[in-house]
Design a binder for this molecule. Structure first.
Ligand SMILES: C[S@@+](CC[C@H](N)C(=O)[O-])C[C@H]1O[C@@H](n2cnc3c(N)ncnc32)[C@H](O)[C@@H]1O
Length: 206
């Protein structure tokens, strides 16, 4: 993961949530909240590419004793996420990638709008690295885009161009993240679609 990408997301951080809401609508957050209640009795959560951290207050409302390891490559995203928590929350922030994660034994992981940043060829190794850090039967919550209609394809094209210009992202099309997870042994427990089927929230057991 290049330094340019981190700088790009640093620059986007102040506007990221508003831009996402403007371009996608309220489904962008609704979808990510969908399966959070499934984490109510979990102990140790890994969040990758967490962004500004808006998800942290609703998450800790559901499970206030959760130990969270929150990783994002952008310092500015992490700085924003730090402002969303209270001193009672058990959370460690790491500026970096999955390679920076020295912790193991997670019983749940969240990767929201994260797997779409990788090319198909990169996805298997990234998923493998995440899976290595999980306990058997861990829950994996994914919310991400789907490419099933011409409108989806058009939206994705515009978004990838936007991210290429604003962050230097090299990926140009949506990888087959569903198949990659299933190939890695993940079993789909439940799913729900939002925004005319453009966003899919899925809960996997791995
Ligand atoms: C599209 S945003 C999604 C943010 C958040 N999950 C959300 O949906 O609001 C992707 C996030 O992943 C971070 N990121 C990009 N590549 C990363 C990597 N290899 N490891 C960790 N974080 C990464 C970016 O800095 C950004 O905050």
């Amino acid at each position: 993961m290049s330094k340019t990408l981190a700088w790009g997301f640093d620059r986007l951080a102040p506007f990221y949530d508003s831009l996402a809401r403007l371009f996608i609508g309220k489904g962008i957050k609704q979808s990510q909240r969908q399966f959070l209640p499934k984490l109510h009795n979990k102990k140790k959560l890994l969040i990758l590419g967490g962004g500004t951290g808006w998800i942290l207050p609703p998450l800790f409302e559901i499970n206030s004793s959760l130990e969270v390891h929150y990783i994002d490559v952008s310092e500015n995203m992490i700085a924003r996420a730090k402002r969303k928590i209270s001193s009672a929350n058990n959370i460690q922030f790491i500026v970096g990638t999955i390679n920076s994660c020295k912790e193991y034994g997670f019983d749940c992981v969240i990767t929201n709008f994260f797997l779409d940043l990788f090319e198909d060829a990169e996805l298997d190794p990234v998923i493998f690295q995440i899976k290595q850090r999980l306990l058997p039967d861990a829950l994996w919550l994914v919310t991400d885009f789907v490419n099933q209609t011409r409108w989806h394809a058009w939206m994705l094209k515009v978004m990838y161009i936007f991210f290429r210009i604003s962050t230097g992202l090299k990926t140009t099309c949506l990888p087959a993240w569903n198949s990659a997870l299933i190939r890695a042994g993940a079993i789909k427990e439940n799913e729900k679609y939002f925004n005319r089927g453009f966003i899919q929230a899925v809960i996997f057991k791995v």
